[in-house]
Design a binder for this molecule. Sequence first.
Ligand code: SIN
Length: 285
Amino acid sequence: MRIESITEDFGAIVSDVALNELSDQDFQQIEQAWFDYAVLVFPRQNLSNEDHFAFTRRFGRLEKGLPHINMKLRPNIGNTDIKGNVLPPEHVGRVFNIGNSLWHSDSSYKRVGAKASLLAAHSVPNEGGETEWADMRAGYDALSTDMKRFLADKVAVHSYAFSHSWHYGLLVVPEEGLRQLPPVEHPLVTVHPVSKRQVLFVGRHASHIVGQDFVSSRKLLRELTTEAARPPRTIGHRWEVGDIVMWDNRCVLHRARATPPNQPRKMVRSTVAGDEPANEWAIND
Ligand code: SIN
């Protein structure tokens, strides 16, 4: 197996390994690389959905989808239906995915956010449609001393209703389901459980800061996200069919870049639930 880092400690390309027949020793090497680099790109794996699942499960329990949608694998991230046909621009499934174009950590609007996401490319456009990741360990390190001090005891509200109100997110989950997605609180500075590095935990689901003025703290969260998710703290991947990328939502934000309107981009994503034993979003099988 070859593991080539993209920057010194952010992102690596892993090749000369078949994820569908991984030995325990190879898995351990991959897991260590994931802890070290936070984003791993596996070119041209062409995994079946079953193999995609099996690889995902090695990292922990799967995460439940949105209430009442409840798919273990999200088969149509991008602009297509599950068969890969391009959806009309106004289709709810397509508009819903526009939200992914803003920097975010998957499921941070849940009490326990996602641990890992694994995204595989099934159809790709000729141009555009890249995914980008931002290293929020480095994002924290780059803050001024005064800002680090200010944020040290601050908690942000992350809210599905806030971040999904403008792009059909409220329509895909019925009201009863929305009640299962109340706003939740997460510290703005977290510590990664393995590397023990401090992380700036922000992104599009963060609505405002508890105990601070609503409008100005919302503005600050936006500024913190924008500033942290800038080069040299970002990497991107131009997809080829069969690639699969996994990232650590506990220390990385990600976003999708625009795709030309009539070219299919069909991505399939699985999600590993946060490790907390009592995580109500984890599937226990
Ligand atoms: C996601 O936000 O989970 C998907 C990102 C992408 O489509 O590139």
